[in-house]
Design a protein around this ligand. Structure first.
Ligand SMILES: CC(=O)N[C@@H](CCC[C@H](N)C(=O)O)C(=O)O
Length: 378
């Protein structure tokens, strides 16, 4: 299939989106930008509905037997950008460091294509807020728009910095892990740095906790299973000579099985009780947003591989499972489908302040999404 795509046009759109990254459920400018792009498509059989800070775009097919879903996530991350781009993020401390600017560019370009080339089956595009947290997929699935245009099958992509441009990768079954956020607040008695015996030092309490946490994966999870417990943020204290009365640690738990997830949470709570007793403090645990695993339909993953192997647009690369999380997993609990990686060849990885996906990947990425959706619709 030969679809002509203009790299300049795609890159311009991606750059505009790159400059306005917004946190989950705050994607106001992003939503406005997407509306403007999508309103400039032929509207004959297109319906655009706003849903919170996201959008649902329905394309009516010529002779529909089913509805095919596509999901693109739209939120940015709280990261200070450190690339050498001339089109740096204009939102201080925020960055599209997970490639959602690519996901939106490809998603909107696919809408443009189908708005001008009516598909046989209906296609519904979900531009979903808050993938990085607190999670937009579950409320989007509960929305009236999802009920009205409920897809029979559903797809999404994620950029893969480590794969070359022009490649796609996926696998049947589990692709991404179960995840749970982790927030723990330690409260004690602060005071003067010179009188530690009159205080309960929350820097010391939190430090012990973070160190103890490291034994969970090695000593409580079966060596035949896989799990990750990462603390990405620690916050405590106000000044070098004041003993902190509060400390907060923030992290994430990733597992391939729910048994491991439950075991890890039980161990964390046990450790917190131990820290409370040892340091005469209070530890409050909050698990924030939890995402289920991304589980690709076996039959569809096989069809995907076969079609990609025959394609002139992309090359297929087999994929391993990853401990990444994605609330797209919730869509796949509702309807069969799959997620795949799109190679973008960046020297720096996802969630890096230096992530620089190669814009050349926008052309095969968009062409492949169109090719795949067209294939599903014939
Ligand atoms: C693809 C990707 O990087 N996804 C994020 C999802 C975040 C899940 C949640 N906020 C958590 O941190 O547990 C990831 O970090 O894997």
């Amino acid at each position: 299939m030969n679809i002509k795509l203009d790299i300049e046009r795609l890159a311009t759109r991606r750059r505009a989106l790159h400059q306005i990254p917004e946190a989950g459920f705050q994607e106001v400018k992003t939503q406005q930008f997407l509306i403007e792009v999508l309103q400039s498509c032929p509207q004959d059989y297109l319906t655009i509905e706003q849903w919170k800070t996201g959008l649902v775009v329905y394309i009516e097919g010529t002779n529909p037997r089913k509805t095919i879903g596509w999901r693109a996530d739209i939120d940015g991350l709280p990261i200070k950008e450190e690339t050498d781009y001339s089109f740096l993020s204009k939102h201080e401390g925020m960055m599209h460091a997970c490639g959602h600017d690519f996901h939106m560019t490809i998603g909107t370009a696919a809408v443009e294509y189908f708005a001008a080339n009516q598909p046989k089956d209906n296609i519904v595009f979900f531009f979903q807020p808050a993938e990085e947290g607190p999670g937009g997929a579950l409320p989007m699935i509960a929305s009236e728009a999802f009920k009205k245009w409920r897809p029979d099958e559903m797809y999404a992509l994620h950029i893969a910095p480590e794969l070359p441009v022009g490649t796609v990768a996926t696998k049947p079954g589990i692709l991404f892990a179960n995840t749970s956020e982790l927030f723990i607040d330690f409260h004690g008695q602060g005071g003067h740095a010179a009188y530690p015996h009159t205080t309960e030092d929350m820097v010391v309490a939190a430090s012990h906790f973070v160190t103890q946490l490291q034994s969970i994966v090695s000593r409580n999870v079966s060596p035949l299973d896989s799990a990750v417990v990462t603390i990405g943020k620690v916050e405590a204290g106000t000044k070098q000579n004041i003993i902190a009365d509060k400390a907060r640690v923030e992290g994430t738990i990733r597992t391939l099985s729910m048994e491991a997830m439950n075991e890890i949470k039980e161990r964390i709570e046990g450790m917190c009780r131990g820290i409370e007793a040892s340091f005469k403090c209070r530890a409050e645990v909050d698990y924030g947003a939890n995402y289920c695993q991304v589980y690709n339909d076996e039959k569809l993953a096989e069809e995907f591989r076969k079609q990609a192997e025959k394609s002139e647009t992309v090359s297929f690369v087999p994929s391993e499972k990853a401990m990444t999380g994605e609330d797209f997993g919730y869509f796949l609990e509702e309807v069969p489908g799959l997620m795949f990686w799109l190679g973008v060849n960046s020297p720096h990885g996802l969630h890096s302040s230096r992530l620089k996906p190669d814009e050349e990947a926008l052309v095969p990425g968009t062409a492949w999404v169109i090719e795949w959706l067209k294939g599903r619709s014939s």
